[in-house]
Design a protein around this ligand. Structure first.
Ligand code: PAF
Length: 291
């Protein structure tokens, strides 16, 4: 056996749905609580923190690795999205994952696939406004993964704030019996939120990308100093972000934590949220603020 085979001897890698169902069925018949961490691969410390949370709470941890074509727009990075299965499997193995589900695209989207899930309202603002159809693709694939893996609990990162809000609403509205756990955003030491897309940044862009988390902290400081006027806070965030010509802001504002509505004035807990292009790379970040 090669070193990598030995290292992965406890990790099952499954590409087809009947085998996933068989393994999950066997685990459940042993009384196991099943956890799922849905991912698109290109795993980083943020994903690993989700796997560790799943490991703590569940007896059987499944990770899906599937770059989901339906959540990418026609001019987005589906084809160049980073893919490194060998590295991802090693990371899953180290994190103590039991099963990786790595389907091919036709396994998830058969030829005549024609059913999509849309969480109305929440899907049209912020990311949804900038990336039409994105959350239809996310909600559809997440519901499919839930139906295939049938987890008791599923783990998502707070970094995708709107995504986790939409998935919680999807489960609530459609009576999907999966508990959703949302885990904190993991950051580099200097504050940059971990993202699989950070690998696209050149050194200059990497430096400038820090302005996203800085704009969130600026919003927090302003709110905690008593500023309640959101247009004023938004202006300060935009000024900070656009100090570099490399940054193009899609949105940088304060929203209600559940409705995702943009606020006019701060009166309670809120979320500072930002999306911006740094060079060619589109990044998002957010910070929950208690006044
Ligand atoms: O957050 C992601 O990586 C994806 O949107 C998800 C939830 C795996 C669905 O493809």
């Amino acid at each position: 056996l090669s070193a990598s085979t030995i290292a992965r001897q406890n990790l099952m890698v499954v590409e087809n749905i009947p085998s996933v169902r068989a393994e999950i069925g066997a685990a459940r018949s042993r009384g196991a609580r099943i956890g799922l961490v849905p991912t698109m691969g290109a795993l980083h410390e943020g994903h690993l923190s989700l796997m560790r949370a799943a490991r703590r709470e569940c007896d059987f941890v499944a990770v899906s690795i599937f770059v989901n074509p339906t959540q990418f727009g026609p001019n987005e990075d589906y084809l160049k999205y980073p893919r490194d299965l060998a590295r991802d499997l090693a990371a899953c193995d180290t994190a103590g994952v039991d099963l990786v589900f790595h389907p091919a695209v036709p396994t998830i989207y058969h030829d005549d696939f024609n059913t999509f899930v849309t969480v109305e309202g929440l899907s049209n603002v912020l990311e949804g406004a900038c990336r039409p159809g994105h959350f239809r693709g996310v909600a559809t694939v997440v519901l499919k993964l839930f139906n295939i893996v049938t987890p008791d609990v599923a783990f998502f990162g707070q970094k995708d704030y709107q995504q986790q809000t939409i998935i919680r609403r999807l489960c609530h509205d459609l009576n999907v019996p999966v508990d959703i756990r949302v885990c904190p955003t993991i950051r580099e030491a200097d504050g940059l939120a971990l993202s699989s897309r950070n690998v696209y940044l050149n050194p200059e862009e990497r430096r400038v990308a820090l302005s996203l988390s800085r704009s969130l902290h600026l919003a927090q400081e302003l709110v905690q100093a008593g500023q309640t006027d959101v247009p004023r806070i938004r202006q300060r965030m935009h000024e900070l972000l656009t100090a570099s010509p490399l940054v193009q802001v899609d949105y940088a504002t304060l929203i209600h934590p559940e409705s995702l509505d943009e606020l006019v004035s701060v009166s309670g807990r809120c979320v500072a949220i930002v999306a911006a292009r740094v060079g060619q790379t589109r990044l998002i970040d957010n910070l929950v603020i208690d006044p």
